[in-house]
Design a protein around this ligand. Structure first.
Ligand SMILES: Nc1ncnc2c1ncn2[C@@H]1O[C@H](COP(=O)(O)OP(=O)(O)OP(=O)(O)O)[C@@H](O)[C@H]1O
Length: 235
């Protein structure tokens, strides 16, 4: 599903943000991505949704080496990836429902089905009364839930969530995690980047730990720290 081999990232003339990172994500796996602020979590996620090219090394998504992809290949890959951005990136002139509907409209789903699916999911995340609200009229936590609903509505193969519980209270945070777990049970590979150690410790999912530009795979359910190498550890 995802393979990184000796991947490094450097922005312009700055220091290396990620250095020789190698890991694999097996289809259907669930990982937390943890590390202090500035450790490179968002950069690593960007590599997985074609938002950034590695400075060196190999990134393989869905069996394709991203270095060999042309711009024309991007939309098909991106349709398979749901992203919850740290800053939400909702379309300001569209209602909550129409923001969530975007991936389904791109996929050509029937309008009646779109309205039904989107209202059901928005109700499930506690926004039944805000279907027609514009993003600017919603709180940060409500906008975050709209962003999450938009990322999961089309059941992506890969879900990447950047601090998806950063703006909500613990109860809603847990509910959103359960939503990700449900999606994972249906086959979606999930990566959740978070600072929230308390949340991470409630689950036994594997962790990609970013420290000093390197990644280490930790399996709380297993024998302890593992090595991060292609074809093992996170698979
Ligand atoms: N577009 C960019 N240009 C230059 N430097 C960047 C850019 N994006 C990120 N960086 C730098 O790369 C490093 C890693 O940033 P990144 O956002 O990936 O970390 P993070 O772990 O997601 O942080 P946070 O938890 O605070 O969101 C930081 O030092 C940041 O300043």
């Amino acid at each position: 599903m995802v393979l990184f081999d000796q991947v490094s990232v450097q922005y312009d003339t700055g220091p290396q943000v990620l250095k020789d990172i190698s890991f694999t994500l097996a289809p259907g796996s669930f990982h937390f991505l943890v590390g202090r602020s500035g450790a490179g979590k968002s950069s690593l996620l960007k590599l997985m949704y074609l938002g950034l090219r590695p400075s060196s090394g190999l990134v393989n998504l869905f069996g394709r080496d991203v270095a060999t992809l042309s711009r024309a290949d991007f939309p098909a890959i991106r349709r398979r990836v749901g992203v919850v951005f740290q800053d939400f990136r909702l379309i300001e002139h569209l209602s909550a429902l129409d923001n969530v509907a975007l991936p389904l409209r791109v996929a050509g789903v029937r309008e009646a089905d779109i309205r039904r699916h989107c209202s059901e999911l928005l109700s499930w995340v506690g926004l039944a009364d805000q279907l027609n609200a514009l993003p600017a009229t919603l709180s940060g936590g409500q906008q975050q839930r709209v962003a999450i609903a938009r990322a999961v509505i089309a059941r992506p193969n890969l879900l990447l969530a950047d601090e998806p519980t950063g703006n909500v209270d613990d109860v809603i945070g847990l509910r959103l995690m359960y939503l990700f777990e449900e999606l994972n049970k249906l086959g979606t590979t999930v990566v959740v980047a978070t600072h929230n150690d308390a949340l991470v410790s409630r689950f036994t999912h594997r962790q990609l730990r970013l420290e000093q530009s390197s990644v280490r795979v930790f399996d709380p359910a297993g024998a302890g720290p593992g090595q991060a190498a292609p074809g093992m550890g996170a698979a």
